[in-house]
Design a protein around this ligand. Structure first.
Ligand code: VGL
Ligand code: ZN
Length: 214
């Protein structure tokens, strides 16, 4: 049987108000996540969360590279944006948002754990050198359809969605459940267009919920 699962991307303190890499309105996605969680729970569907989970000396941190955040450089042979220290393993910033109904989550995928390379996608590091095991987990649970939302639209959501499509999943992106870093003001729009171009269906949560409860 083909199953649909909810994939919540990086709903962690550091990406929300007051966090080390706070995304504008990031916290506003949490109530949408909880509504979708309730729906998926009622349908007996799997709910998965990803967690950015960096060692304290992660190579994506500007501090580690003796440079300033939000500039670009090279890490592991790949173009890399330098970030403020964020989502350090076992820190408060790496914890899920306190309002998120994390008790309902059946599987957590941690990523960005290797010092020498960043990992935006829930499936692979940025060089596609190692996989996180999520694809295998989803296949074991017969999941073929993913409903994806979270932070940030222009990084971890985008690369998760593009990898999911390449791996053959059907993907719906819940647009009002996503917010962008927006280093450039158009990054959000561009990321959504890229995901749609690649085959993702874009929906707002109300539309998805009403379609699912018909
Ligand atoms: C993310 C930048 C650095 C994300 C993670 O979750 O989108 N962005 N690490
Ligand atoms: Zn990160």
């Amino acid at each position: 049987m083909s199953q649909q699962a909810l994939l919540l991307v990086d709903l962690q303190n550091d990406f929300c108000a007051g966090g080390a890499l706070a995304i504008a309105e990031g916290s506003q996605t949490v109530s949408i996540a909880n509504q979708l969680i309730a729906l998926f729970q009622s349908q007996g569907s799997q709910i998965i969360a990803t967690q950015d989970w960096h060692p304290a000396d992660h190579g994506s941190f500007a501090s580690v590279q003796n440079t300033v955040p939000f500039q670009q450089g090279t890490l592991a042979g790949l173009t890399q944006t330098w970030w403020p220290n964020h989502c350090i393993q076992h820190s408060h910033g790496a914890e899920f948002h306190p309002q998120l109904n994390i008790a309902a989550v059946s599987h957590i995928t941690q990523k960005g754990c290797q010092q020498e390379i960043d990992s935006y996608s829930a499936f692979f590091d940025n060089g596609h050198r190692h996989n996180t095991g999520l694809d295998e987990w989803l296949r074991q649970h017969h999941v073929s359809h993913l409903v994806i939302m979270g932070l940030a639209t222009d990084y971890c959501v985008k690369y998760t969605v593009l990898d999911a499509l390449t791996l053959g999943y059907h993907v719906i992106v819940i647009t009002d459940g996503c917010r962008s870093v927006n280093l450039q003001p158009s990054d959000s729009k561009q990321a959504l267009e890229e995901m749609a171009q690649a085959g993702a269906r874009l929906m707002i949560s109300a539309e998805f919920i009403s379609e699912s409860t018909d």
